[in-house]
Design a protein around this ligand. Structure first.
Ligand code: SF4
Length: 375
Protein backbone atom coordinates (compact mmCIF):
# COMPACT_ATOMS: atom_id res chain seq x y z
CA UNK A 1 0.00 0.00 0.00
CA UNK A 2 1.66 3.26 -1.09
CA UNK A 3 1.75 6.13 1.35
CA UNK A 4 0.55 9.63 0.57
CA UNK A 5 -2.71 11.16 -0.45
CA UNK A 6 -5.36 9.15 -2.22
CA UNK A 7 -8.25 11.04 -3.76
CA UNK A 8 -11.56 9.19 -3.54
CA UNK A 9 -13.86 9.11 -6.54
CA UNK A 10 -16.24 11.64 -5.08
CA UNK A 11 -13.45 14.06 -4.20
CA UNK A 12 -14.14 17.66 -5.10
CA UNK A 13 -11.22 19.69 -6.41
CA UNK A 14 -9.79 22.52 -4.37
CA UNK A 15 -10.88 26.02 -5.44
CA UNK A 16 -8.73 27.43 -8.32
CA UNK A 17 -7.13 30.02 -6.05
CA UNK A 18 -5.74 27.22 -3.89
CA UNK A 19 -4.43 25.20 -6.80
CA UNK A 20 -2.14 27.99 -7.97
CA UNK A 21 1.32 27.60 -6.50
CA UNK A 22 3.42 30.56 -5.52
CA UNK A 23 7.02 30.40 -6.67
CA UNK A 24 8.50 31.52 -3.39
CA UNK A 25 11.92 32.40 -4.79
CA UNK A 26 10.36 35.10 -6.97
CA UNK A 27 7.72 36.34 -4.55
CA UNK A 28 9.39 36.84 -1.16
CA UNK A 29 9.17 38.92 0.92
CA UNK A 30 5.40 38.52 0.74
CA UNK A 31 2.96 41.25 1.83
CA UNK A 32 1.01 38.69 3.88
CA UNK A 33 1.40 35.07 4.94
CA UNK A 34 0.12 32.46 2.50
CA UNK A 35 -1.14 30.31 5.33
CA UNK A 36 -1.85 30.68 9.03
CA UNK A 37 -2.47 28.35 11.92
CA UNK A 38 -4.57 29.50 14.83
CA UNK A 39 -4.75 27.29 17.92
CA UNK A 40 -8.25 27.17 19.48
CA UNK A 41 -6.96 24.97 22.33
CA UNK A 42 -3.54 23.59 23.14
CA UNK A 43 -4.59 20.83 25.52
CA UNK A 44 -5.64 17.43 24.27
CA UNK A 45 -7.78 14.49 25.36
CA UNK A 46 -5.14 12.08 23.96
CA UNK A 47 -1.50 11.55 25.03
CA UNK A 48 -0.07 10.37 21.73
CA UNK A 49 3.45 8.99 21.81
CA UNK A 50 4.57 10.95 18.73
CA UNK A 51 3.19 14.32 19.88
CA UNK A 52 4.83 16.74 22.34
CA UNK A 53 1.40 17.74 23.66
CA UNK A 54 1.03 14.16 24.86
CA UNK A 55 4.22 14.40 26.90
CA UNK A 56 3.55 16.34 30.16
CA UNK A 57 7.22 16.15 31.18
CA UNK A 58 8.34 17.92 28.02
CA UNK A 59 5.66 20.57 28.43
CA UNK A 60 6.66 21.13 32.06
CA UNK A 61 10.30 21.43 31.07
CA UNK A 62 9.64 24.28 28.65
CA UNK A 63 6.93 25.86 30.82
CA UNK A 64 4.27 25.78 28.15
CA UNK A 65 0.92 27.09 29.46
CA UNK A 66 -2.32 25.27 28.65
CA UNK A 67 -5.54 26.99 27.69
CA UNK A 68 -8.19 27.79 25.12
CA UNK A 69 -8.33 30.87 22.91
CA UNK A 70 -10.98 33.39 23.92
CA UNK A 71 -13.28 35.07 21.41
CA UNK A 72 -11.85 38.61 21.84
CA UNK A 73 -8.39 37.34 20.86
CA UNK A 74 -9.80 35.46 17.90
CA UNK A 75 -11.70 38.57 16.79
CA UNK A 76 -8.48 40.58 16.97
CA UNK A 77 -6.80 38.02 14.74
CA UNK A 78 -9.59 38.22 12.18
CA UNK A 79 -9.40 42.01 12.17
CA UNK A 80 -5.65 41.76 11.76
CA UNK A 81 -6.06 39.44 8.79
CA UNK A 82 -8.49 41.89 7.21
CA UNK A 83 -5.72 44.51 7.29
CA UNK A 84 -3.31 42.42 5.21
CA UNK A 85 -2.93 43.80 1.66
CA UNK A 86 -3.49 40.34 0.18
CA UNK A 87 -5.75 37.59 1.54
CA UNK A 88 -4.39 34.64 3.42
CA UNK A 89 -5.01 31.55 1.28
CA UNK A 90 -5.53 28.93 3.96
CA UNK A 91 -6.23 29.04 7.68
CA UNK A 92 -5.90 25.92 9.78
CA UNK A 93 -7.73 26.23 13.11
CA UNK A 94 -5.36 23.86 14.83
CA UNK A 95 -1.80 23.82 16.12
CA UNK A 96 -0.86 22.18 19.42
CA UNK A 97 -4.09 20.69 20.78
CA UNK A 98 -7.59 19.35 20.13
CA UNK A 99 -9.76 22.16 18.66
CA UNK A 100 -13.05 20.60 19.80
CA UNK A 101 -12.04 21.39 23.39
CA UNK A 102 -12.89 25.01 22.56
CA UNK A 103 -16.65 25.59 22.91
CA UNK A 104 -16.42 28.72 20.70
CA UNK A 105 -14.96 26.83 17.72
CA UNK A 106 -18.17 27.11 15.66
CA UNK A 107 -18.41 30.87 16.36
CA UNK A 108 -14.77 31.27 15.33
CA UNK A 109 -15.25 29.50 12.01
CA UNK A 110 -18.46 31.39 11.29
CA UNK A 111 -16.79 34.75 12.01
CA UNK A 112 -13.85 33.95 9.77
CA UNK A 113 -16.11 32.88 6.92
CA UNK A 114 -18.36 35.89 7.40
CA UNK A 115 -15.41 38.33 7.23
CA UNK A 116 -13.90 36.49 4.21
CA UNK A 117 -10.37 36.95 5.49
CA UNK A 118 -9.16 33.59 4.16
CA UNK A 119 -9.91 31.67 1.01
CA UNK A 120 -10.10 28.34 2.83
CA UNK A 121 -10.78 27.53 6.49
CA UNK A 122 -9.91 24.14 7.87
CA UNK A 123 -9.43 22.33 11.16
CA UNK A 124 -8.05 19.03 12.43
CA UNK A 125 -9.49 16.75 15.09
CA UNK A 126 -8.90 13.31 16.53
CA UNK A 127 -12.71 12.90 16.28
CA UNK A 128 -13.19 11.39 19.75
CA UNK A 129 -15.26 14.45 20.75
CA UNK A 130 -16.98 14.70 17.37
CA UNK A 131 -20.50 13.87 18.55
CA UNK A 132 -23.62 14.65 16.52
CA UNK A 133 -24.04 18.13 17.98
CA UNK A 134 -20.46 19.11 17.19
CA UNK A 135 -20.64 17.56 13.74
CA UNK A 136 -23.67 19.71 12.88
CA UNK A 137 -21.99 22.75 14.44
CA UNK A 138 -18.95 22.33 12.16
CA UNK A 139 -21.09 21.88 9.06
CA UNK A 140 -23.33 24.85 9.85
CA UNK A 141 -20.38 27.12 10.65
CA UNK A 142 -19.28 27.01 6.99
CA UNK A 143 -16.02 25.12 7.55
CA UNK A 144 -14.39 24.27 4.19
CA UNK A 145 -12.48 21.14 5.19
CA UNK A 146 -11.63 18.98 8.16
CA UNK A 147 -8.74 16.59 8.71
CA UNK A 148 -9.44 13.57 10.85
CA UNK A 149 -6.32 12.35 12.66
CA UNK A 150 -6.83 8.60 12.88
CA UNK A 151 -4.25 7.23 15.32
CA UNK A 152 -4.57 3.50 14.64
CA UNK A 153 -6.98 0.94 13.21
CA UNK A 154 -7.98 -1.12 16.23
CA UNK A 155 -8.62 -0.71 19.96
CA UNK A 156 -5.26 -2.04 21.12
CA UNK A 157 -3.38 0.24 18.72
CA UNK A 158 -5.36 3.23 19.99
CA UNK A 159 -4.60 2.30 23.59
CA UNK A 160 -0.88 2.01 22.83
CA UNK A 161 -0.60 5.24 20.84
CA UNK A 162 -2.99 7.57 22.70
CA UNK A 163 -2.66 6.14 26.22
CA UNK A 164 -6.13 7.54 27.02
CA UNK A 165 -8.52 6.12 24.44
CA UNK A 166 -9.31 2.70 22.99
CA UNK A 167 -12.58 2.84 21.07
CA UNK A 168 -11.68 2.66 17.38
CA UNK A 169 -15.27 2.05 16.29
CA UNK A 170 -16.36 5.29 17.96
CA UNK A 171 -13.97 7.22 15.68
CA UNK A 172 -15.33 5.43 12.60
CA UNK A 173 -18.93 6.04 13.70
CA UNK A 174 -18.30 9.74 14.42
CA UNK A 175 -16.74 10.32 11.02
CA UNK A 176 -19.48 8.31 9.31
CA UNK A 177 -22.12 10.54 10.92
CA UNK A 178 -20.29 13.70 9.83
CA UNK A 179 -20.04 12.34 6.30
CA UNK A 180 -23.71 11.37 6.14
CA UNK A 181 -24.89 14.61 7.71
CA UNK A 182 -22.94 16.85 5.36
CA UNK A 183 -24.44 14.91 2.42
CA UNK A 184 -27.94 15.26 3.90
CA UNK A 185 -27.48 19.00 4.33
CA UNK A 186 -25.81 19.48 0.94
CA UNK A 187 -22.67 20.88 2.59
CA UNK A 188 -19.47 21.24 0.51
CA UNK A 189 -17.37 20.38 3.60
CA UNK A 190 -14.45 18.16 2.60
CA UNK A 191 -13.43 15.35 4.96
CA UNK A 192 -9.82 14.20 4.83
CA UNK A 193 -9.08 11.14 6.98
CA UNK A 194 -5.40 10.45 7.53
CA UNK A 195 -3.40 8.06 9.62
CA UNK A 196 0.23 8.52 10.65
CA UNK A 197 2.45 5.63 9.69
CA UNK A 198 3.95 5.04 13.13
CA UNK A 199 4.92 1.48 12.28
CA UNK A 200 1.66 0.28 10.69
CA UNK A 201 1.68 -3.08 8.93
CA UNK A 202 0.46 -3.40 5.34
CA UNK A 203 -2.71 -5.06 6.63
CA UNK A 204 -3.35 -2.19 9.02
CA UNK A 205 -2.87 0.35 6.22
CA UNK A 206 -5.33 -1.58 4.06
CA UNK A 207 -7.83 -1.66 6.95
CA UNK A 208 -7.57 2.11 7.34
CA UNK A 209 -8.30 2.61 3.65
CA UNK A 210 -11.18 0.14 3.68
CA UNK A 211 -12.78 1.71 6.77
CA UNK A 212 -12.34 5.39 5.92
CA UNK A 213 -12.54 5.62 2.12
CA UNK A 214 -16.34 5.18 2.11
CA UNK A 215 -16.84 7.92 4.73
CA UNK A 216 -14.26 10.51 3.59
CA UNK A 217 -13.57 12.62 0.52
CA UNK A 218 -9.80 12.13 0.82
CA UNK A 219 -7.68 9.58 2.63
CA UNK A 220 -3.93 9.48 3.17
CA UNK A 221 -1.23 7.62 5.02
CA UNK A 222 1.16 10.29 6.27
CA UNK A 223 4.77 10.09 7.41
CA UNK A 224 5.50 10.67 11.07
CA UNK A 225 6.28 14.34 11.66
CA UNK A 226 9.49 15.77 13.03
CA UNK A 227 9.20 18.50 15.65
CA UNK A 228 11.26 21.47 16.68
CA UNK A 229 13.29 21.49 19.87
CA UNK A 230 12.76 17.91 21.03
CA UNK A 231 16.09 17.61 22.82
CA UNK A 232 16.85 13.98 23.56
CA UNK A 233 13.22 12.83 23.26
CA UNK A 234 12.65 10.68 20.19
CA UNK A 235 9.33 11.95 18.87
CA UNK A 236 9.99 10.01 15.64
CA UNK A 237 9.66 6.70 17.56
CA UNK A 238 12.87 5.43 15.99
CA UNK A 239 11.49 5.85 12.46
CA UNK A 240 13.35 7.69 9.71
CA UNK A 241 10.90 8.58 6.91
CA UNK A 242 12.17 9.58 3.48
CA UNK A 243 9.31 11.94 2.73
CA UNK A 244 7.71 15.01 4.26
CA UNK A 245 4.54 14.70 6.31
CA UNK A 246 2.40 14.24 3.18
CA UNK A 247 4.06 10.88 2.66
CA UNK A 248 4.97 11.85 -0.91
CA UNK A 249 7.36 14.83 -1.13
CA UNK A 250 10.98 13.62 -0.89
CA UNK A 251 12.96 15.13 1.98
CA UNK A 252 15.65 17.65 1.08
CA UNK A 253 17.99 16.68 3.90
CA UNK A 254 20.60 19.37 3.17
CA UNK A 255 18.12 22.28 2.98
CA UNK A 256 19.61 25.44 4.44
CA UNK A 257 16.70 27.91 4.48
CA UNK A 258 13.39 26.93 6.05
CA UNK A 259 10.51 28.35 3.99
CA UNK A 260 8.19 28.70 7.01
CA UNK A 261 9.28 32.18 8.17
CA UNK A 262 8.59 33.52 4.68
CA UNK A 263 5.06 32.22 4.25
CA UNK A 264 3.39 31.14 7.50
CA UNK A 265 2.33 32.44 10.90
CA UNK A 266 1.04 30.32 13.76
CA UNK A 267 -0.95 32.03 16.53
CA UNK A 268 -0.83 30.19 19.84
CA UNK A 269 -3.92 30.00 22.07
CA UNK A 270 -2.79 32.99 24.16
CA UNK A 271 -2.00 35.32 21.27
CA UNK A 272 1.72 34.72 21.04
CA UNK A 273 2.77 34.28 17.43
CA UNK A 274 5.08 31.46 16.41
CA UNK A 275 6.68 31.05 13.02
CA UNK A 276 5.48 27.53 12.28
CA UNK A 277 3.25 24.59 13.13
CA UNK A 278 5.96 22.43 14.73
CA UNK A 279 6.89 25.04 17.33
CA UNK A 280 5.26 23.12 20.19
CA UNK A 281 7.66 24.67 22.74
CA UNK A 282 6.94 28.22 21.56
CA UNK A 283 10.62 28.86 20.87
CA UNK A 284 9.98 30.62 17.56
CA UNK A 285 7.73 33.29 19.07
CA UNK A 286 8.17 36.49 17.05
CA UNK A 287 5.29 38.57 18.35
CA UNK A 288 2.39 38.88 20.77
CA UNK A 289 -1.09 39.87 19.63
CA UNK A 290 -1.94 41.00 23.15
CA UNK A 291 0.33 43.95 22.40
CA UNK A 292 0.79 44.12 18.62
CA UNK A 293 -1.19 43.79 15.43
CA UNK A 294 -0.74 40.90 13.01
CA UNK A 295 0.69 43.28 10.41
CA UNK A 296 3.23 44.57 12.94
CA UNK A 297 4.34 40.99 13.62
CA UNK A 298 4.55 40.02 9.93
CA UNK A 299 6.63 43.10 9.08
CA UNK A 300 8.34 43.33 12.48
CA UNK A 301 12.00 43.28 13.44
CA UNK A 302 11.87 39.92 15.21
CA UNK A 303 10.51 38.00 12.22
CA UNK A 304 12.92 39.83 9.89
CA UNK A 305 15.82 38.79 12.11
CA UNK A 306 14.53 35.22 12.09
CA UNK A 307 14.33 35.23 8.28
CA UNK A 308 17.80 36.71 7.92
CA UNK A 309 19.27 34.08 10.24
CA UNK A 310 17.95 31.38 7.92
CA UNK A 311 19.04 33.17 4.74
CA UNK A 312 22.55 33.70 6.11
CA UNK A 313 23.07 30.07 7.06
CA UNK A 314 22.70 30.73 10.80
CA UNK A 315 19.81 28.29 11.42
CA UNK A 316 21.88 26.42 13.99
CA UNK A 317 21.85 29.51 16.20
CA UNK A 318 18.08 29.21 16.53
CA UNK A 319 17.35 26.59 19.17
CA UNK A 320 14.01 25.52 17.72
CA UNK A 321 15.35 25.24 14.19
CA UNK A 322 18.76 23.71 14.81
CA UNK A 323 17.69 20.06 14.51
CA UNK A 324 14.29 20.49 12.90
CA UNK A 325 13.46 17.71 10.47
CA UNK A 326 10.09 19.14 9.43
CA UNK A 327 11.66 21.86 7.24
CA UNK A 328 13.25 19.21 5.01
CA UNK A 329 9.82 18.12 3.79
CA UNK A 330 8.80 21.26 1.91
CA UNK A 331 8.38 20.96 -1.87
CA UNK A 332 10.59 22.53 -4.55
CA UNK A 333 8.18 25.45 -5.09
CA UNK A 334 9.01 26.68 -1.57
CA UNK A 335 12.77 26.25 -1.83
CA UNK A 336 14.83 29.37 -1.19
CA UNK A 337 18.35 27.96 -0.92
CA UNK A 338 19.53 29.11 -4.37
CA UNK A 339 18.22 32.64 -3.91
CA UNK A 340 19.13 33.14 -0.24
CA UNK A 341 21.61 35.97 -0.89
CA UNK A 342 19.26 37.81 -3.22
CA UNK A 343 16.32 37.49 -0.81
CA UNK A 344 18.49 38.67 2.10
CA UNK A 345 19.48 41.72 0.04
CA UNK A 346 15.82 42.45 -0.70
CA UNK A 347 14.89 42.24 2.97
CA UNK A 348 17.81 44.36 4.09
CA UNK A 349 16.98 46.96 1.43
CA UNK A 350 13.48 47.17 2.86
CA UNK A 351 14.80 47.92 6.32
CA UNK A 352 18.41 49.19 6.42
CA UNK A 353 18.48 49.14 10.22
CA UNK A 354 18.39 45.35 10.08
CA UNK A 355 21.57 44.94 8.01
CA UNK A 356 23.45 43.44 10.92
CA UNK A 357 20.38 41.75 12.34
CA UNK A 358 19.78 41.56 16.08
CA UNK A 359 22.18 39.55 18.18
CA UNK A 360 21.49 35.85 17.83
CA UNK A 361 22.48 33.69 20.72
CA UNK A 362 22.72 30.03 21.58
CA UNK A 363 21.37 30.70 25.05
CA UNK A 364 18.04 28.87 25.04
CA UNK A 365 16.62 31.14 27.68
CA UNK A 366 17.42 34.24 25.65
CA UNK A 367 15.70 32.63 22.59
CA UNK A 368 17.41 34.82 20.04
CA UNK A 369 16.12 38.08 21.45
CA UNK A 370 12.62 36.67 21.61
CA UNK A 371 10.52 36.93 24.76
CA UNK A 372 11.15 34.35 27.45
CA UNK A 373 7.80 35.03 29.16
CA UNK A 374 5.40 32.61 27.58
CA UNK A 375 2.61 33.10 30.07
S1 SF4 B 1 13.25 25.13 10.89
FE1 SF4 B 1 11.55 24.00 11.85
S2 SF4 B 1 11.22 25.09 13.82
FE2 SF4 B 1 12.43 26.47 12.50
S3 SF4 B 1 10.89 27.76 11.46
FE3 SF4 B 1 11.35 26.02 10.11
S4 SF4 B 1 9.78 24.47 10.57
FE4 SF4 B 1 9.80 25.94 12.27
Amino acid sequence: MPKGRVMNEQAVKEPPALQATVQMSQAVPLPAPLSMLIDPANGCNFRCTFCPTGNPEMLKEVGRPIGVMKLPMFTKIVEGMAAFPTPVKTVMLYKDGEPLLNNWLGDMIALMKQRRVALHVSTTTNAALLNETRARMLIESGLDSIRISVEHVHDEGYRRITKTFSDYQMIVDNVAFLHAEKARLGSPLQIHAKVVDAGLTELEKAKFMADFSPISDHTSIDSIMGWSNTGTDDMMLGLDPETGIDGVTPLKRNRVVCPSPFKTLAVNFNGEVSVCCVDWSHDTVVGDLREESLLDVWDGARLRAFRLAHLKGQRATLKACENCQYMQGYGADSDLDDVADAVAARIEAQDPTMTQGPTLTQDPNATQGLPSDRG
